[in-house]
Design a protein around this ligand. Structure first.
Ligand code: ATP
Length: 738
């Protein structure tokens, strides 16, 4: 995490999170008390050996023997009972704290600015939320408990064994400095390894997620095995780290037990020496032999505690790095509540940069009056989506200001602003659940009536109504069980269900079919006057109806105006429009979509082929480039005269194709005649040179000609008789069929 706060000293950081234990003081107290009881009770049985060896056996006292054995059994069960209570309380509190830390982190991530690395590094954040929270909780709870209990253990056993024999006890304590040195050394290595392990886990999650989400791409490029090999690199690293961790653990345990063993042997020899010299009875020897390991136990545990503390601090630090990041609204610039009632937007000299190296937006200024629509267009990377993100206040402008209904928006008002804006993004994300839940996502209290209204406005109602479970139909993760167009409709319905004053629509740049394009046009049309619409448009044909278009070029406003104004200007927009609309390829794609609709809904589809009959004559006198521009002029002229849903392109140099969805043969013939007449009246100007064009139209229609493929329709139009033969369309059809 690059913007992590500077390292806080371990104990201060630990103290900061100790407050997490406070709400569970009672169960923690019960747990500690139970453990202390269990410890206290565990201290008694070794004393029984004095009773047995020094009194019961030498005195052949069967009664004492029976009492001691019975007392041992009772103590065992009481001890077991208290240990179980302690175990239960530990698990209970551990789970509670771990859940609370995970939830705190999740909340924090939800409220982080979008550009924060924690919002982007999904794998790393997942590991922190799920694993580090768990490890931190264990450490937070165990450290004070283990410290208290082991110190108490140590103290009590020390008192008893000192009373039994101070020399033997002090001798056994002399091993402590060795433990300290070992612990310091190994805990350092293990905490470094924990850091590496968590980093590796984060990378593994990231790698896994990226590949699973891109499965389609992986398969399409036949890279399954390659990806498996790449993923293996993470796993190999994980194995290495785990083995390294195990080896250090084993060496550390060996080193500890080596120290313990050497020392114990030495102490055992010394105890034997004391017995031989009559300074120690056999019973005392046996009691001490039972107590001394009990002293070594807490020392060993305290050493473990230190190691676990250092290793656990790695996770605590990772948790803290997220929790101490500033949330979006931490600084409250403006105290006044935001009153966004009209939806007027005023962008003044807006500049923005993602990093120091590049300036993404430079002095952008535009205004969107309330209830009107504005389209942002421009080449890829021009900054359109960045403006949308700034409008939604996902980022802070570097310079300049955005006013909503004449008011600036402070961080404290971000929620109020977004609550009045409906947003549809390029990557449409629906959540697993039902259609109802998805549409009502931003406004759960909306009524069924309001939900349906939103769906109708987004043209989603019909397809939802056709589903067996209608609005309760299930939605899979990311809305995978719906088509791109349906997802888009649902996303628009979700935005509209919020009853926004401003609708921002970042149109998906790829894979948009004519249906979606239609949807955008319809949405703009339906929202007119009701709310302000800002749309990022990649398909220029979808924004013919907007009130204003702002053309962006590398982060600046290149030009702005209405569609006809920009077309007349013949500047950047005109060039982009021509680039986008000119191709036959696009025409074919549209034909396929429209043809599918014809097949599905029996909506007619016709084609007009306009042949420029004086093309050869013009070609004799004009250069090829000039003729190509002339055909483009004709293409543009047609577009201006067609309906929004129609589409056309230049075909084979001298011809033009016009696709007419939902138009039957007769109407297409009528249109063809009108177009012919209009073109005949028009003088096309290319390089200030006027051209008169003569066109011959031919028409074919799906229903009339029983075509099976969209290309067949174009072929039919090529074969169709000229407009002379169209004088009696019915007769033409009869002839065709025969
Ligand atoms: P497109 O039409 O391809 O979606 P766009 O006009 O919407 O493009 P933006 O997404 O606004 O373009 O991007 C503008 C510039 O900012 C691009 O050069 C892009 O590389 C850069 N950019 C976008 N998002 C980020 C980001 N999160 N971090 C750094 N740079 C970014």
């Amino acid at each position: 995490m690059t913007d992590a706060p500077p390292k806080t000293p371990a104990f201060r950081l630990y103290r900061k999170y100790l407050s997490k234990l406070r709400p569970y003081s009672f169960p923690i107290g019960v747990g500690i008390a139970s453990d202390l009881y269990a410890t206290f009770l565990a201290m008694i049985p070794p004393l029984f050996s004095i009773l047995l060896f020094d009194y019961a056996y030498p005195g052949r006292d069967l009664r004492l023997l029976t009492w001691v054995v019975a007392a041992g059994l009772v103590l065992y069960f009481i001890n077991f009972f208290f240990s179980s209570i302690n175990d239960y309380m530990n698990v209970f509190v551990d789970e509670k704290i771990s859940t609370s830390l995970s939830l705190d982190m999740f909340r924090k991530i939800m409220h982080l600015p979008l550009l924060s690395p924690a919002s982007k590094n999904v794998g790393d954040t997942t590991v922190r939320i799920l694993e580090d929270a768990d490890l931190t909780a264990g450490m937070l709870l165990n450290a004070p408990q283990a410290l208290l209990i082991n110190l108490a253990n140590l103290g009590l056993f020390l008192v008893i064994s000192l009373m039994l024999n101070p020399y033997v006890t002090l001798l056994s304590l002399a091993s402590i400095p060795f433990y300290l040195l070992e612990t310091e050394f190994f805990s350092g290595r293990l905490s470094e390894l924990r850091e590496e392990t968590q980093k590796n886990r984060s990378e593994t999650y990231d790698g896994l997620q990226e590949r699973l989400l891109s499965l389609r791409t992986v398969k399409a490029f036949c890279r399954e095995d390659h990806e498996a090999l790449r993923f293996k690199i993470y796993l190999d690293r994980r194995i290495k780290l785990n083995i390294k961790q195990k080896i250090i653990g084993i060496i550390s345990a060996f080193s500890n037990s080596f120290t313990l063993q050497i020392w114990s042997t030495f102490v055992a020899w010394y105890m034997g020496y004391q017995v031989v010299h009559g300074h120690l009875t056999l019973g005392q020897l046996l009691a001490l032999s039972a107590y001394l390991p009990q002293i070594a136990g807490p020392i060993h545990e305290l050493a473990n505690l230190y190691t676990n503390f250092r290793v656990g601090m790695v996770s605590l630090r990772r948790v803290d790095e997220i929790l101490s990041l500033p949330s979006e609204w931490d600084e409250a610039f403006a105290k006044e509540p935001l009153a966004l009632e009209r939806g007027k937007i005023d962008v003044q000299s807006l500049s923005f940069r993602y990093d120091e190296l590049s300036q993404t937006l430079r002095k952008i200024t535009f205004e969107v009056p309330e209830g009107s629509s504005l389209a942002l267009v421009g080449g890829s990377g021009a900054g359109k989506s960045t403006i949308i993100n700034l409008l939604l206040r996902f980022y802070d402008p570097s310079e300049g200001m955005i006013y909503f209904d004449g008011q600036t928006v402070g961080r404290a008002q971000i929620d109020a602003l977004r609550g009045r804006m409906g947003a549809v993004f390029q990557e449409i994300s629906l959540f697993a659940g039902t259609i109802r839940e998805n549409i009502l996502y931003g406004n759960p209290s909306a009524s069924d009536e309001e939900m349906r209204e939103a769906a109708q406005m987004a043209a989603a109602h019909d397809f939802i109504d056709a589903l067996p479970l209608k609005y309760d139909s299930p939605v899979e993760h990311f809305g995978q069980n719906f088509s791109g167009g349906q997802r888009q409709r649902l996303a628009i319905a979700r935005a509209l269900a919020m009853k926004p004053k401003i609708l921002v629509l970042d149109e998906a740049s790829s894979a948009l079919d004519a249906e979606s394009e239609f949807l955008i046009q319809e949405t703009i049309h339906r929202c007119k006057g009701k709310m302000t619409v800002v749309i990022v448009a990649h398909r220029f044909s979808s924004i013919k109806g907007v009130d204003k278009i702002v053309v962006l070029d590398r982060g600046t406003v290149a030009e702005s105006g209405t569609f006809p104004q920009l077309m007349a200007k013949k500047g950047v927009f005109f060039t982009l429009y021509q680039l986008q609309m000119g191709g036959f390829q696009e025409f074919q794609q549209r034909m396929e979509t429209e043809f599918a609709r014809y097949q599905r809904y029996r909506q007619d589809l016709s084609v007009i082929l306009l042949d420029v009959s004086n093309y050869d004559q013009l070609a004799q006198n004009e250069k090829a480039g000039r003729l190509a521009r002339l055909m483009e002029e004709l293409n543009l002229f047609l577009r201006k005269n067609l309906r929004i849903m129609d589409f056309c392109c230049v075909f084979r140099e001298r011809e033009l194709l016009i696709g007419l969805p939902e138009t039957n043969f007769q109407n297409s013939v009528r249109l063809a005649r009108r177009l012919r007449q209009k073109i005949a009246e028009q003088v096309f100007e290319v390089d200030e040179k006027g051209f008169k064009l003569d066109v011959v139209p031919k028409v074919a229609s799906c229903r009339e000609d029983f075509v099976r493929y969209p290309d067949e329709l174009i072929e039919k139009a090529e074969e169709a008789p000229t407009d002379e033969g169209m004088a009696d369309p019915d007769q033409t059809i009869r002839e065709e069929k025969s």
